[in-house]
Structures are given as C-alpha cells and as structure tokens.
Design a protein around this ligand. Structure first.
Ligand SMILES: [Zn+2]
Length: 245
C-alpha cells in the first residue's frame, strides 16, 4: 500500500465516521425538536382546558347568583303585596308617607333585581356559547394532538432505531482507526462548529464554508501526500475516490 493510498484511506475513513456522527447528531436534534413541539402542543391543550374549567366555574357562579336574586325578588314582591294590604289600615298622614316611601324603595329594588336577572341571563347565555365553542375547539385540538403525538412517537422510534444502527456501524468502523487518529478526530469534532472536522472539495471550493480554495491547495489535496486544511474554516479537505474537483 503506497503512502498516497493510506492517506486517502484515512481521510475516507474519517469522512465515513463523520457522516455517521453527523447523521446521528441530526437525528437526535430532530427528535429533540419534535419532542419540544409536542410538549408545547400539550401545554396549549392544558391551558385551553384550564380556560374551559374556569368558564364552567364562572357559569356555576352566575347560576347561583341568579337563584339568589330570584329569591330576593320574591321576598321584595311579597313585601310589596303585604304593604298593599296594610295600606288600607293606615290612617295617619305620617304613616302613609312612610309607607309610600318604603313602597317606592321596594319598587326600585324590584326593578333593579329584574334588570340584574336579565343581565345575568344574558351573561349566562354568552358564557354557555363560549363554553360550547371551547369544548368543540378542545375536542378538535385533542384529536389533532393525539394524531400528532402518535406520528412523533413513530418517527422518534424510527430515529432511535437508525441511531442504534449508526452506533453499531460506528463501533465497527472505529476498529479501522488507530487510537491517535480517533482521538484527534474527537478533539477536532468537539472544537469545530457543527462537529464537522473534514469536508469535501466540490468544484474547487470548500463544501463546508463554500469559499473557493486557492488552486494550489486543491492541487495539494489531489496529490494526497499530506492532510490539507481549508484556510478559511480549518477543516480537513478531502476528495472522494473517482471524483474530480
Ligand atoms: Zn472551509
């Protein structure tokens, strides 16, 4: 095996290893994004449920106060009726005046209560409508959430299996590496943006940062004598077998 071949083989191994790592990285990121999105959906549903619950409580409160006003109204009507009966027995002007003042007060009270009952019934009707819409909305969104959660779970399961496959293949590939090279790769990987250590030369440019490389650099890469780095992003440059760049 000539020196050329061994460098090319090394770069090819690193490139394959990196492809696996990047795919694993991408799959894990997709899983995280999908989980975060489904969490957000769940939180939205919960807040919708809370809003529905508080509307229901509000409606119960309105019904209770409606009953209370109805009872007060009955009392007032009773008092007015009793007053009318008493009116006949009143003889003194002062008593009549007091009676009339009281009757006026009761009638005002009665008007106020009747208005309150109307307002209460209107509020109940609009709240009941709101609850109905919220319930429909919640039902629809729960159904969508269930579908989405099932889809995400299936996709995550697929990704998990693929990650396991990659990990197994990576372990096999690691056997072809000498320890120092693997260590260098790991070190560079953690220092490089996106974990990309090696990149291809495509049409005379670095595939990673897309900047055109000096022709001299490309010539050196083609010679496959030593590892060349992109002068802009510092990644190792690599030309696949059978590819012209
Ligand atoms: Zn570059």
């Amino acid at each position: 095996m000539s020196g050329d071949q061994s460098l090319q083989e090394t770069l090819s191994l690193i490139y394959r290893l990196q492809s696996m790592d990047l795919e694993g990285q991408r799959l894990r990121a997709q899983t995280e994004v999908a989980l975060a999105a489904i969490q957000t959906e769940k939180a939205n549903l919960e807040s919708l449920e809370k809003s529905l619950d508080s509307s229901k409580e509000e409606l119960i409160g309105l019904e209770a106060s409606h009953q209370k006003i109805e009872m007060d109204l009955k009392d007032t009507e009773m008092l007015l009726l009793e007053g009318k009966k008493r009116q006949k027995d009143l003889k003194h002007a002062r008593d009549i005046q007091a009676f009339l003042a009281e009757a006026e007060f009761r009638r005002d009270e009665k008007d106020r209560m009747e208005e309150e009952i109307l307002a209460n019934l209107e509020a109940q009707a609009s709240l009941a409508k709101k609850i109905e819409l919220l319930q429909e909305d919640l039902l629809r969104k729960k159904e969508l959430y269930r579908e989405e959660a099932a889809r995400v779970s299936a996709q995550n399961e697929e990704r998990k299996l693929r990650i396991e496959e990659i990990e197994t293949a990576r372990k096999d590939l690691e056997k072809s590496f000498d320890e120092d090279l693997l260590e260098t790769y790991q070190r560079l990987r953690s220092s490089q943006k996106n974990g990309q250590v090696i990149t291809r030369v495509i049409d005379g440019a670095c595939e990673s940062c897309r900047i055109t490389l000096p022709p001299r650099t490309v010539t050196e890469v083609k010679k496959r004598k030593r590892i060349m780095s992109c002068q802009y992003c510092q990644r190792w440059l690599y030309i696949e077998d059978g590819k012209v760049s």
